[in-house]
Design a protein around this ligand. Sequence first.
Ligand code: THU
Length: 136
Amino acid sequence: MSPPIDWEPLVEAALAAQQRAYAPYSRFPVGAALLMEDGSVVAGCNVENRSFGLTVCAERNAVTTAVALGRTLPQAAVVVTGTSPPSPPCGMCLESLAEFAREMPILLVNPAGERVESRLEELLPCRFEWSGPHGD
Ligand code: THU
């Protein structure tokens, strides 16, 4: 059994990241925070672009930041959106998280204080798999 997650530092980091979101086109700011294997917290926000397809989601920005810091084993994630109920990550972000964690708790939060606890393997029951020299 893994120890219970202390969600509060993660929620705080994700709420702060949501404040820093660059989302002038959608006006849909998102914040994400990952609890890493060493206990550190890595956050990300969505960053949009006038060429809309260049937009990068909050969760993927958190994942790439964590990897760049040399931390590749997320233990838990918090995602903050402004919706009620709080929204789950998109499919692309779930795949991105699933690259580095087979399963983990994900807490969906909004600034009004609603919280929905889910799990990566529940939101993405069938992650992309392939066999081959680099596919394990
Ligand atoms: N967005 C995220 O940051 N994460 C998701 O999982 C889905 C959507 C962002 C992308 C875009 O900036 C805005 O939310 C509206 O789609």
